[in-house]
Design a protein around this ligand. Sequence first.
Ligand code: TNX
Length: 507
Amino acid sequence: MKKYLLSCLLCFFTLVPFYGQRVLFPTPSSYSQDKGNCNIGRLANVSGTGNEAIQLVESLKAELQHLPLSATEGGTIQFVLDEKNGLSEEAYQLTVTAEKVLLEASTVSGLFHAKEALLQMLRFGKGSLQCCRIQNHPRYAWRGFMLDESRHFFGKEKVKQYLDLMASLHLNVFHWHLTDEPGWRIEIKRFPKLTQEGAIGNWHDPKAPAAFYTQEDIKEIVAYAAERQIMVVPEFDMPGHATAVCRAYPEVSGGGEGRWAHFTFHPCKEETYTFISQIFDELFALFPSPYIHIGGDEVHYGNQSWFTDPEIQQFIQDKQLGNETGLEHYFIRRIADIVASKGKTIIAWDEAIDADVSPDKLIVMWWRHDRKHQLVKALENGYRVIMTPRRPFYGDFIQYGSHKVGRFWNGYNPIEDVYRFPSQVSNLTLGYEDQILGLQFSLWTERVADNKRLDFMTFPRLIATAEAGWTIEKKKDYSLFMQKLPYFLELLDTYGIYYFNPFAPDT
Ligand code: TNX
């Protein structure tokens, strides 16, 4: 109890100096304060020019009803969408004068971010806005969050809640890891056993009842995300981590035994490629994203008995693949071609760099923080790269020294390391900035079995990720970030999120 009171007091004193001042997550590119205030109430006059602005007008009017605003009457808010105003993709300008709040952008996504920024300002200032001018644009185009729902399944409501919070933080990509060893989580009409059998089980319990998203659920979530300017990129992990699918359809399985039984697809059967291609057709009809993540990580072929079959050896020889690594790369090339023929591009984990796929057909997701040369190689070979190095961006690592549940591997992932990224690698990416699409916080869930733990591992590190992805280097200031963090934690309270509180770390 004492500790609780202490942390409340601490929060109070950290909040007070910022009241009514600049409190925005992520920190904007430019902010200048003017004299005076503008008060906005629930019945503010909200209007918009530009067809697509109308939807934002309506949603803001609705959202105003749920904000803690002190006044009811008052205020004018105006959205202006003008594609010729010179603002870049996703950028916006937000001007507060005593008379009105003006939100301007050249794209719907820019205007949407402006609306989200205004919502934060209204919430944190209880409806009283300091007059100011904000010009804002993102540092990176890809600001992502990955959720692994194969190891444990969290469901539609949780995903929507996270999409809401992502939207508030200007995060714009939801990478959805839907397939892996324990469970296949998405209905594919052509292959019903994928969900009848493949969706049974999770990391802790191989008999857990089938848990998956129907195609209707997927459409609902993709639309929900799109309204929030978030792209959903599904991941269908292959040729390894494919246990759930290969268990349901053993005819495409690479076989194997024990822990590795059905872990990989069979790379030498034509049937495997047809099967995967047919699944792609259903996935592509559901996800409008131009990308599909095909995994490509941690492939283990060598221990399969079929590998020494004379027929397979012949296959390897004919295609001049050399060994099992050659086979893995052959598989990735085939998949990259299938996906390209359907008009999309693959994203794969950094193992795929060595598969010799042309850079227009592959985007690399760099995850092995201990193999920095993979990042360098990807850039040197002309690939576009998304950075989610295990350290500091894997959410299954602990975030505080005394925490017991979570990974620890030569260290862990404190908020500060997340916040400071990409300073840890900036000497390696120098000169290749154009190829860096962005960064991502990735939450693997072998050890994350319920919503509470999911929240705890995600927040507040996702807030630090947003700032790492959006805020230009010269505006980043960790101590300022920590001083204003209590405001966002209060918002998390209203969502009922069980976050790690860095101001009372041992409670
Ligand atoms: C490595 S990241 C994996 C995942 C695990 C994760 C745990 C990657 C491409 N593969 O399958 O869940 O580590 O931290």
